[in-house]
Design a protein around this ligand. Structure first.
Ligand SMILES: [Zn+2]
Ligand SMILES: [Zn+2]
Length: 292
């Protein structure tokens, strides 16, 4: 069954505040996402592409033709020494000049990094060029997974996994350090654009204990953080309860979403994640109250 034609609407009002489109690394276009959300009966969605607002902009162009409420969104990668820190920004003003300027710098750094990786591979004697990688990306953001796909396709490696182990991951010969905003810069970028900064999927952070995460949240709140993504497919009941507890104790909002990427993350569906995720609409109302 196509994800575009899911049969059972999931009322009452639920939302999905973490969705990727073809503007970053998802496989559905913003319009297909809006239609899917409509078909499964969601009340509201946010497209939160990596370091770009193009997916949100495109979805909002269809707001007039759908009952699904579309919130502007983005997911910004922040530089931390270990682990992965992503910051979601909701209800940002998409025409904000400084937001656009910052994203331009990040995107240019990303583009240069891809060119440098390809150059390193060529220096290592691998037959690969930029056009091949660009073609694989299908016009969206280019990243290491696309480079890996070309390496598999050309027989340089047997699998995506091997491409990363042999060439692309940190410590390997074609690895290039990535430029990222610092956490407080990412938070400020979102705040300055009138948005609500929310820490995405805390389980990817390198905070192993509740105490560590507690301290980290205190620092991030000091920098302007306003919420934590608590409801998320990979957070089991225990982590969900822990994150709920921490969000409450720091006076932070709670959000949730599936991190849907289409066929890229199989088994995860819009609105329900792996089947049992439900994110209530009242969280959107709280986000709105918090937006400047
Ligand atoms: Zn993320
Ligand atoms: Zn994401």
């Amino acid at each position: 069954m196509s994800i575009l034609h899911a049969k059972t609407p999931i009322r009452p009002p639920y939302v999905d505040l973490h969705i990727h489109s073809t503007a970053s690394d998802g496989s559905l276009s913003p319009l297909q996402i809006v239609k899917t959300a409509e078909n499964v009966g969601l009340r509201a969605i946010a497209i939160t592409d990596h370091d770009t607002i193009e997916g949100s902009l495109e979805a909002l162009r269809h707001q007039h033709s759908t009952d699904v409420e579309i919130l502007s969104g983005i997911e910004i990668s922040a530089g931390v020494d270990s682990g992965t820190m992503h910051l979601l920004g909701y209800l940002i003003h998409l025409d904000d000049v400084s937001l656009r300027q910052t994203l331009k710098v990040v995107q240019e750094a990303r583009a240069n990094r891809n060119i440098e990786i390809i150059r390193k591979l060529q220096d290592l004697g691998v037959d690969i060029n930029f056009d091949e990688v660009s073609k694989v990306s299908g016009g969206g953001q280019i990243g290491r997974p696309h480079i890996a796909q070309v390496l598999v396709h050309k027989g340089a490696v047997h699998s995506i996994d091997e491409a990363f182990r042999k060439f692309l991951k940190k410590g390997r010969p074609a690895y290039i350090e990535r430029y990222r905003l610092l956490p407080d810069e990412a938070i400020q970028t979102i705040l300055q654009a009138g948005g609500v900064p929310v820490l995405a999927h805390p389980f990817t952070l390198d905070a192993k204990t509740e105490g560590e995460l507690d301290r980290l949240l205190a620092d991030l709140k000091q920098a302007g953080l306003k919420g934590v993504e608590v409801y998320y497919p990979a957070h089991g009941p225990e982590l969900t309860a822990q994150y709920e507890r921490l969000a409450h104790s720091h006076g932070l909002l709670i959000t949730g979403g599936t991190d849907f990427h289409g066929t890229v993350t199989s088994g995860v569906n819009i609105g329900v994640g792996r089947g049992d995720l439900r994110v209530p609409y009242r969280l959107v109302e709280e986000l709105k109250r918090s937006a400047t």
